[in-house]
Design a protein around this ligand. Sequence first.
Ligand SMILES: [Zn+2]
Length: 298
Amino acid sequence: MAPRSKRARATAGAAIIVAAVALAAAALAASRLKSSDDRNDEVLIGEARSGAVRVELGSAVGEVKLTEAASPGRPIVVLDAGHGGRDPGAKGVSGSTSEKELTLALARELRSKLAERGRVRVALTREDDRYLTLDQRAEIARRLGASAYLSLHIDSAPNPLARGATVYSLSDVASDAEAAGLADKENKAGESLSSEPDGSVRGMLSDLAVREQMNASASLAERLVRKSAGRYLLRPEPHRFADFRVLRHAEVPAVLFEAGYISNVDDEALLIQPKERARIVAALAQAIEADVASRIVR
Ligand SMILES: [Zn+2]
């Protein structure tokens, strides 16, 4: 190759890197952190060395708490307890449970497990029974530059015999009609309850970056399935694909996990027991840690 064209390529490459750094700096500047023990000591995300921190993400989202890890600067994992507040999600077959309660229980238990193992830092999109739009949930993962984003849900179906967990990753085209229907349902969740509808698709990522996000999300989903096999009930072909708004807008490796069917008597009875949820939590924690670690090595 001629020196001139080599130099031209190098220049183009440098320009891309500069642009990327500028974008990253803007993202960091937008997400300023405050140390929990010194509220005046503002630092940027990359500079947070230790200690649990609170991240201010604007009035729409409020403050997000980040757990500390065993060593500084560990990757951030965002756990999203589906639904909440005036959007209860699916109702349990017993009549006494709702999806929003079980997703929050799962998110809290998974955070405890990950925090105890100390390999990643963890943030929850919600800590209590509150309503967030899908874009606000995704924004938390995006603004934190999360290494993995897991949106937790409990399924529901007209067929009372439907059972088992499913892992969904982002795709332009759904793997099957049921996955397309679920994405449609979840994308509309709480829509009629929101006074401020979610904005239009951001479209900030290039086609290549979206493709990379989809690939990384699919490998996270595969890992979740492998770690879960034999520990609790999965549906046949448990990894499926669809165009989930909350995953697309997260712009990081992201999956939507349906832990079982709240519309099935047996699944509901298992999901309300902390001891049974612990089997799910253990598998998810291992899969998340392994996935995040695999991307650090690369
Ligand atoms: Zn849901």
